[in-house]
Design a protein around this ligand. Structure first.
Ligand SMILES: N[C@@H](CCC(=O)N[C@@H](CS)C(=O)NCC(=O)O)C(=O)O
Length: 225
């Protein structure tokens, strides 16, 4: 197995994917918590391009970017249940939707979250339209791949907790029951999985953190006007 270290913050949804993956695979690892307002010299050394968490260090070699790390974990520790399907077409499709989440779903929701007033109303539209697309992916399925819980569930997993935090602290309703019944049903099943249930950050601390973060983003936007 070798030495595995995870550089993360307690609240990063990207890092949480890696925590879930390592636990699901039964990999022992050491956690190094970063303070992103004072990034450690090791984080800057291991992720000089993006300077972000998560970073996985395996036997001294860094792997960056959560989707890349997920695939690395899946390929390196391949004797337990695989996250990605074997079939190349199914793998390509899974990667497509992961990219869609990271490049469109998450950023559009975040934009809506950190805005207010008319700007927020405008920003909510595209965010919900992206979620409409996600909703369609769940038609006739329990999880993103069908019956079993895999790669895409880890990728979209942040939705299950962080959307609620955004709703509570951002003054917006995102997961409307009538519009997103399948995402809501998936979320409940996802949250029932033991490894997921046991590894969410503390709800109250998330609320406090995201409130402050939203206020910061709004004040920066106001100072740019
Ligand atoms: N695409 C990256 C995104 C990671 C990311 O945005 N991490 C945030 C924490 S949630 C970060 O480290 N931010 C530090 C910064 O932007 O300086 C991934 O999937 O790993």
């Amino acid at each position: 197995m070798g030495e595995v270290k995870l550089f993360r913050t307690w609240s990063s949804p990207y890092a949480l994917r890696i925590v879930w993956a390592l636990k699901l695979k039964g990999i022992e690892y050491e956690t190094i918590y970063e303070d992103l307002s004072h990034k450690s010299s090791l984080l800057l050394e291991y992720n000089p391009v993006h300077k972000k968490v998560p970073v996985l260090l395996h036997n001294g070699t860094p792997i960056c970017e959560s989707l890349v790390i997920l695939e690395y974990i899946d390929e390196k520790w391949n004797t337990t249940a695989r996250f990605l399907p074997e079939d190349p077409l199914a793998r390509a499709t899974a990667r497509f939707w992961a990219k869609f989440n990271d490049e469109q779903v998450a950023p559009s929701i975040f934009r809506a979250y950190v805005s207010q007033g008319v700007k927020q109303k405008k920003a909510v539209g595209p965010a919900l339209e992206n979620l409409d697309i996600v909703e369609k992916q769940l038609i006739g399925k329990r999880f993103f791949n069908g019956e079993s819980f895999v790669f895409l569930d880890l990728v979209f997993g942040w939705i299950a907790k962080y959307l609620g935090i955004f709703e509570e602290t951002g003054g917006i309703k995102i997961l409307e029951e009538e519009r997103f019944p399948l995402i809501i049903a998936w979320k409940d099943k996802f949250c029932d999985i033991l490894v997921i249930k046991e590894n969410w950050p503390d709800q109250k601390e998330l609320v406090t953190k995201f409130k402050l973060m939203r206020e910061y983003f709004i004040s920066v936007a106001a100072s740019c006007n």
